[in-house]
Ligand binder design. Sequence first.
Ligand SMILES: *Cc1c(COP(=O)(O)O)cnc(C)c1O
Length: 433
Amino acid sequence: MTTPDTKTSRNDILFARAQQSTPGGVNSPVRAFRSVGGTPRFITRAEGPYFWDADGKRYIDYIGSWGPAIVGHAHPQVVKAVQEAAARGLSFGAPTEGEIEIAEEICRLVPSIEQVRLVSSGTEATMSALRLARGATGRDKIVKFEGCYHGHADSLLVKAGSGLLTFGNPTSAGVPEDFVKHTLVLDYNNVAQLEDAFESMGDTIACVIVEAVAGNMNLIRATPEFLQRMRELCTEYGAILIFDEVMSGFRVGLGGAQALYGITPDLTALGKVIGGGMPVAAFGGRADLMHKMAPIGPVYQAGTLSGNPVAVAAGMTTLKLVQQPGFYEQLSGQADKLVKGLTAAAREAGVAFCADSVGGMFGMYFSASIPGSYSEMMAGDKERFNRFFHGMLDEGVYFAPAMFEAGFVSSTHDDAIVDATIEAARKVFARIG
Ligand SMILES: *Cc1c(COP(=O)(O)O)cnc(C)c1O
């Protein structure tokens, strides 16, 4: 067993230094390893399914930048497109043809999106979609579900998932009560509760926002009835249905979760994969709604770097690559193979473990059955997950450093990579069993 967390590790030196200039030493909380303990790895380069840390140790990476690296790290065509775009100028603050091309491509691939506005982060996308929903309906109340994460906008930081879960802290300081008093948080997959909410206050609800395949409380599938009923209730009460597909978009399949379930939301938020590793996100949907956006409508939203030409080049090239024949069959096949292999390895060692995948996204649960809600997910054996995580890290496999996160495969996670991962897991499960 290697011991990268020794005094001489360059990761330790960098982490100590980072904490001097940056809170917690990181620019996004989950990176700090606080849930699993130990020293975060500082990454120096990445290629295909691998990245390398500051000590030169190589890892098979199952985060893929939390989803964007769907064609593998540093894909030659994506890198070339970025280099060529960069050489033409980094940012103009004026429109470009590249923005039209990616907008047309998104509208073509996600039929519910008739018009789209590009932004630079998923947080901006969901925040703007909420404002649009409120502006269009003239209502204030919004509905979200416990364990779904929609970025860090004020009105959405109500028992949000992901990083906040990691701290076991359901809300953020600094968010005024007044901002969240309009946000109703319901249980995921609880149809009766949703019906009750609409029955008691449906006329005041501006929108329902949901991860149709949840990826920020580990991976949790919505039941078809849950989403179907949500669609019906929104239509009946004149509320806007927002699918937050920042993670699931172009990840669970070409048309996102909405294509898998056959449900048409009014608005969709996208991010992660559509930037191919660069800062591109978007929100879009029904044209009559999108026409309410500035400069033609009353709902204001803007961005200095929105539709940035270098970022759009990376995103557009990635969207072309995922349309290669058989791309998603191969991707989901590898995720499925990984999940089955890990499950079998755990069973051999007698470890209570199960796993699931949707497209190129997977979940690992240290529990006897696959969770369907936030509270079921939270019942998993966190201590055992942490030992598994560190064991795998020692073996050169990098999973998300928290039990509450999904995992991601890329098209470069071939049979050899998946087999090596399962082999490593067999050793680690035996140790932690
Ligand atoms: C990542 C994520 C966001 C936030 O996107 P950022 O680019 O990190 O701001 C919002 N919603 C979902 C579902 C996400 O997975």
